[in-house]
Each structure stands twice: as structure tokens, then as C-alpha cells.
Design a protein around this ligand. Structure first.
Ligand SMILES: [Zn+2]
Length: 526
């Protein structure tokens, strides 16, 4: 046994250094250094040497996969069931996004350069220096994340000196997260026992795939898009990047934010927004512009969102798009106005939940040539908002009081970033979970105010608080101003989760934790 150079294995490490530098992958220092150490040991026996290389190759593939931001294998297998539903064209569109031509060219250049210069450059030395540099950098990063002082009142010191003394305590990200959930668990909206003011309908339009980042990417201004709305929240935390959990979180808005696992367990009765309204005489209506089969969406909002009424029948409505699995997506305008004509008269008042997938990745416009998602998104977005504005006009004509809320589920990840290609929402990154929410008060006695923009980061609980405050203060009877409703709305730190993936801000920077592992900074920039 003796030590030798890394030979062609240097290429593996050099490519990984380059990917790590550009933030395309993470780099677990210890495992990679251990692999390099194994490779520099040279065995005398040729067969043992061969086995070493085979084992190293397997480890290298696993390590590269682990260092990438791709979802863990077990989750990928679970997702494979969904991939079977994808249409072939959509599958090809996705492959085109993963296989990046620039990346292939870069790889080709690195290989040729290595081949050319390996005669006179000792690449093993370069690799060792690179590893040492990453190891050193990792040390300084881990110090960085732990250096987040939390100001606490130390009561024992306070009594001695008879004045409150503020000390700093170092809090780990895990402690921060558990503190956050602890604080959130104390929040519950209190609805009035009965309602004596002017009756008003509550209508929530839950839109799949529309984040502030998507609108910025297309050059659409949030305040222009919501120009007819009274209140705009441009920094709403959707707290997740998938539809089912987003809808459950919205439907449980009357309690504080919980972790992902709790969404799929029963919650206390008072957490369900629509159940709270039902107790006041509201009749719940579920309306969707799709059949709700994907990811068992329909079952989820029923079982975990407390919405047990039968969805409004849309079978005879015009089809506007076909989903990524070729299932029909019905015209938003036709479905919303159809509901208004057929069902909205019967409930006094109505609490209506609407879910639309018109902006989902991979949709195709009906009767149009195939377009990729980025090409068709602006068209689909314009159609959706023209339908919503038409619906508002009809609500105004009807003359009943309505509190209308537009709440996107999560973003479309139209632009993508270093970690996740466009359309991938596995990690709930800030760009995907920061969505624009707006509220409009419609009614004969509601005065027209200028648009109020609240820049604070808020989340679902604030929406429940707003409904409860509206019930308490009779805004529709002209007894309270909309601006008064917005006083003391609970702000929400941006914590977001998917199954086994958590994003949280530490020192004003987003960090993520995958599968309960270490926290690492989410690479920013393109
Ligand atoms: Zn969605």
C-alpha cells in the first residue's frame, strides 16, 4: 500500500468545485474529503485496486446526488407515481429545463482543459487545496449561522441589579424554529358568538402558481394587477410550495402556523375558518375549475380543511385549458359566474372557497398550438384576471355585500434559480412562497377608498383575523373604515415547509434544512 495521485478522479472533484462555486450543488466536506483520501491509497494487488475504484465510483455517484439539491431518492420514488400522469409533451418540456446547454458546454471545456494540461499541472495538489479551502469556508459559515444573538431578559441578573439587564443568548436554528411554532400555537382567532351587523358573503379565490417573483419576472406590477382592490399584501407567506398543504393552511387560518406533519392530523375545531363561519349561519360552497383529482386535492380539503360540501358541478362548463396530465381545466369566468347564477342566491350568507389551476405549470390553452409554460403564462394570467375582474363586476351588480379575498397557493417558479430549475418547487424558497394577496370589500354602502398596501410579511392567521374583525365592526354598514381593520395585524416571520424540507430566515438570510439534516444557506441570485 502506498499513496498516489488522484489521476482522472481529479476531474470529478474539479467539476464539483465548479458546480459548488456557482451554487448548483452543496458540498459536504467530510464525505468528499474521505472519498479523496480513499482514492489516494494505492493497493499493490491489482484486483483490490480495481474493487477500490468500483466502490469509489458508487460512492461518488451517491455523493454527487446527495450534494445536489435534488429531492431524496425515497421522495423521488413517491413522485414517480405522479410523473406517470404527465403528458409526454410536458415531460419533454421538463427535460429541456434540466439539461442546460451552457452547463454541457462548460463540462466539455473542463474535460478538454484537464486532458490538455494534466501533463504539466499536478491536479491532485489543486484538488487538495480546493478541499482544504471548502473545509475552511464551511467552518466560517457554520459560525455565521450560530452567531445569531437573541435578546432575552435575564431575570436573575435583573433582580440583583434592580434594573432589567439584557444579555445575549445564542440560539440554534432548531431552537428558533421550535420557538416559532411555540409562539404560533398560542394564536387563535376569536369569532363573535353571533352576528348582528350587515350580512356579507365571504369569497376566497385560491390561485395555484402565482408568486410576486413570477409577476416581477413578467414585468407585472402587483399594485396594478390589484388596482381595484382595497387592501394589498405584497409579502404574504404561503408557508409551503405545494397546493394541498397550501389549501389546508388557508382553510385552517384561524389558528397560528403549524408544522407540515400536523396538517395531516386533525386540528382543534376553532382552527377551521369555514367551520367558524358555518357556526354564524354561513353556508359553505366549494368551487373548483378542475376535477381535483391530482394529489387527491378534493379529498385533502375535505378531510383536513373541514370543507365537506359537494363541489359545484362544472361538467357542462367550457374547457379553457388542458392540464399537464391532459385533464380539462374549465374557464374561470364561466365557473365563477355559473356559481353566482346557480348557487350564490341560495345561501344567506355564502362562504365560498374557489380553487383554480389555470396558472399551473405545463397547462395548454385549448384550441391553440402547443406552447411552453413560460410562453403561455402571460396569456393565462391575463385571461384569469380578466375573468376575476368580470366576476367582481357581476358581484357589484348583484348588490350583496361581499368580502372577496385573492390568495395564491404558492408561486409557479417561472424563473427558476441555481438550486431549482424553472417549475421545480421541491424546496419552499422565498421566491416561491412570497405571494401577493388582496382583499376587496363590495357592497352598496362600502365607500371607495384608495388602495392600501401593507408591506409587512403576514400569513394566513391575519386573514382569519381580518374576517373576524369585519364581523365584529360592521364595515358593510358603514360603521368602520377598512383602514381601522388593518391595525395590529399579526406579522409573520417567513417560515415555510414541505414534507421534510424547511425554509427559515436566520440573520435576514434564508436557510434550509432537508430531511432533518444540517441547516444551509439557500443560494441567492440567478
Ligand atoms: Zn398549487
Amino acid at each position: 500500500m502506498k499513496l498516489s495521485g488522484l489521476g482522472v478522479w481529479n476531474l470529478y472533484f474539479l467539476v464539483k468545485f465548479a458546480l459548488y462555486y456557482y451554487g448548483v450543488i452543496d458540498f459536504s466536506f467530510l464525505s468528499n474529503a474521505a472519498l479523496a483520501a480513499l482514492l489516494v491509497i494505492q493497493f499493490k494487488n491489482a484486483r483490490v485496486e480495481k474493487v477500490k475504484h468500483i466502490i469509489a465510483l458508487i460512492i461518488a455517484v451517491i455523493l454527487l446526488y446527495k450534494d445536489s439539491w435534488l429531492p431524496p431518492i425515497n421522495r423521488l420514488i413517491k413522485q414517480a407515481g405522479n410523473v406517470q400522469d404527465f403528458s409526454f409533451d410536458y415531460f419533454i418540456e421538463l427535460v429541456g429545463r434540466v439539461v442546460n446547454v451552457d452547463m454541457l458546454l462548460g463540462l466539455f471545456i473542463i474535460v478538454v482543459l484537464f486532458w490538455y494540461s494534466s501533463q504539466w499541472i499536478r491536479f491532485t495538489t489543486v484538488t487538495i487545496i480546493g478541499l482544504a479551502f471548502i473545509g475552511w469556508q464551511g467552518q466560517s459559515n457554520s459560525l455565521d449561522i450560530n452567531e445569531s444573538p437573541t435578546v432575552v431578559n435575564n431575570s436573575s441578573i435583573a433582580t440583583q441589579s434592580k434594573a432589567p439587564v439584557v444579555t445575549t443568548q445564542y440560539q440554534s436554528p432548531d431552537q428558533k424554529l421550535s420557538d416559532f411554532y411555540q409562539q404560533q400555537s398560542l394564536l387563535t382567532s376569536h369569532f363573535p358568538k353571533e352576528y348582528n351587523g350587515e350580512l356579507f358573503d365571504v369569497i376566497i379565490l385560491n390561485i395555484c402558481s402565482m408568486a410576486v417573483a413570477d409577476l416581477n419576472f413578467l414585468g407585472i406590477s402587483v399594485t396594478d394587477m390589484y388596482k381595484d382592490f382595497d387592501v394589498v399584501f405584497p409579502d404574504f407567506n404561503s408557508a409551503t410550495s405545494y397546493s394541498g398543504p397550501a389549501a389546508i393552511r388557508l382553510l385552517r387560518a384561524s389558528c397560528g402556523q403549524t408544522n407540515q406533519a400536523s396538517l395531516f392530523k386533525d386540528a382543534p375545531e376553532q382552527c377551521y375558518l369555514f367551520k367558524n363561519l358555518e357556526k354564524l349561519g354561513y353556508q359553505n360552497n366549494v368551487v373548483m375549475n378542475h376535477d381535483g383529482h391530482f394529489d387527491e386535492f378534493k379529498g385533502l380539503i375535505n378531510r383536513y380543511g373541514g370543507l365537506d360540501s359537494k363541489p359545484f358541478n362544472i361538467d357542462s362548463m367550457p374547457i379553457a385549458q388542458y392540464g399537464f396530465d391532459n385533464s380539462p381545466i374549465y374557464s374561470d369566468g364561466a365557473v365563477l359566474n355559473g356559481w353566482l347564477d346557480q348557487q350564490a342566491k341560495d345561501c344567506k350568507p355564502c362562504a365560498m372557497y374557489y380553487n383554480t389551476t389555470s396558472l399551473h405549470d405545463g397547462n395548454q390553452l385549448a384550441n391553440r398550438a402547443r406552447m411552453n409554460s413560460q410562453q403561455s403564462y402571460p396569456l393565462r394570467h391575463a385571461n384569469l384576471f380578466s375573468d376575476i375582474n368580470g366576476f367582481i363586476k357581476n358581484l357589484e351588480k348583484r348588490g350583496r355585500n361581499v368580502m372577496l379575498m385573492v390568495v395564491p397557493e404558492h408561486g409557479a417558479a417561472l424563473k427558476g434559480d441555481k438550486v431549482q430549475f424553472a417549475g421545480l418547487r421541491e424546496i419552499p424558497s422565498p421566491a416561491i412562497v412570497s405571494v401577493p394577496v388582496a382583499i376587496k370589500f363590495i357592497g352598496p354602502d362600502v365607500q371607495n377608498y384608495s388602495q392600501i398596501v401593507i408591506d409587512d410579511s403576514i400569513s394566513y392567521f391575519s386573514l382569519s383575523e381580518l374576517v373576524s374583525k369585519t364581523l365584529k365592526t360592521n364595515v358593510f354598514g358603514g360603521k368602520n373604515s377598512i383602514a381601522n381593520l388593518l391595525d395590529n395585524l399579526p406579522k409573520a416571520p417567513k417560515v415555510a415547509e414541505n414534507a421534510d424540507t424547511i425554509m427559515m430566515y436566520v440573520n435576514q438570510r434564508p436557510y434550509i434544512q432537508l430531511d432533518g439534516g444540517d441547516w444551509s444557506e439557500y443560494p441567492q441570485g440567478d
